[in-house]
Design a protein around this ligand. Structure first.
Ligand code: APR
Length: 309
């Protein structure tokens, strides 16, 4: 029995860091792809040379083509431009559309059975584009955003309460933009509702910081966007699928009536296992939460319309 194969398209900050997390977890052999000559090859060789030190067994190769990606189990797509200060994720749409179309065609030609994890922004729109463009079943095209947004919320809560990040459970719904819908009502610290540990105003401030969490990093870095947390989140999804863990995680998936939404890729809790998205979990929402979901869905729909598919 051979190892599983994970191909990562785009060997920039997110792609290379995803390779690092995947290697450390020994999820399988790794193929890094990029259009820049030497970059995927150099990063792959460098990462492989770390394996004797860290003690992981994984083949790591880099390429400017797709032959090496043949029969991948998982393909993580990070190719595309990141944002700079002053840009929204939407500003990337037309540039990244062209990149995603060309990448997805080549990915599917070599790995028709792969499950695709999308990372390129604007995330919900690029996930939708990939689904429509590839013709793959909706279970096999999954966008990474909810885990990242939720991780940010959890990180801010842990900082505020000075407690372990491990004890915090939370969920964020909606598009990967400033209209995302954090759910304090579904947030607990070791089972204790967040509302018993923090006053309302404090929670509101953490929610607001979470909504703008990506922008906070862009403004600090100035030359690119976040990559440690996004890549870790993508690898958590890959691990759930490769190990058939059946984890319940917030991911961007195609909705066909769930949450009252149709023909949209949107962040909701799903069960992730060997078949990809194994089910969509429907939450009970208050009227206020529903209104926030509607607002977020409208923003995503507007962005999807700009694809002019
Ligand atoms: N095929 C393969 N790789 C490509 C292509 C293509 N057609 N076009 C661009 N790339 C590569 C670039 O050469 C670059 O190495 O994608 C890589 C992107 O890396 P970075 O510029 O470092 O961007 P990164 O921070 O990794 O973000 C990538 O993920 O989080 C999102 O908003 C972010 O859309 C952005 C993406």
């Amino acid at each position: 029995m051979g190892r599983r194969k994970i191909s990562i398209i785009g060997s920039g900050f997110v792609g290379a860091t995803a390779a690092h997390w995947a290697a450390e977890k020994e999820l399988g052999d790794i193929v890094l792809v990029d259009i820049l000559e030497g970059i995927p090859q150099g990063k792959a060789l460098d990462l492989f040379e770390a394996s004797p030190v860290e003690g992981f067994d994984a083949k790591v190769v880099g390429s400017n083509g797709y032959d090496e990606t043949k029969d991948s189990d998982i393909v993580i797509v990070t190719s595309g431009v990141p944002r700079k200060p002053g840009m929204s994720r939407e500003d990337l749409l037309l540039t990244n559309k062209k990149i995603i179309e060309s990448v997805v065609t080549q990915v599917i030609a070599k790995s028709p059975k792969a499950i695709l994890i999308m990372v390129t922004n604007p995330l919900d729109t690029m996930t939708y584009l990939t689904l429509k463009y590839s013709g793959l079943p909706k279970e096999r095209v999954i966008g990474m955003a909810g885990i990242l947004d939720t991780a940010r919320f959890k990180a801010f809560i842990a900082m505020e309460l000075a407690v372990s990040v491990e004890d915090i459970q939370s969920l964020i719904l909606g598009g990967h933009g400033d209209e995302m819908v954090p759910l304090p009502r579904y947030t607990t610290v070791s089972g204790i509702p967040l509302s018993q540990l923090l006053p309302r105003e404090k929670i509101d401030r953490l929610v607001d910081r979470t909504r703008k969490g990506g922008g906070e990093i862009v403004n600090l870095l100035k030359t690119g966007s976040a990559f440690y947390a996004p890549s870790a989140a993508a690898i958590q999804m890959a691990e759930a699928i490769l190990k058939d863990k059946k984890r319940i995680l917030p991911c961007c998936v195609y909705l066909d009536g769930e949450y009252g939404l149709k023909d949209i890729c949107f962040g909701v809790p799903v069960k992730l296992g060997a078949r990809g998205v194994e089910s969509v979990i429907q939450l009970e929402l208050t009227e206020g939460e529903k209104a926030l979901v509607t607002r977020s869905a409208e923003a995503v729909k507007k962005s999807i319309a700009e694809l002019r598919l």
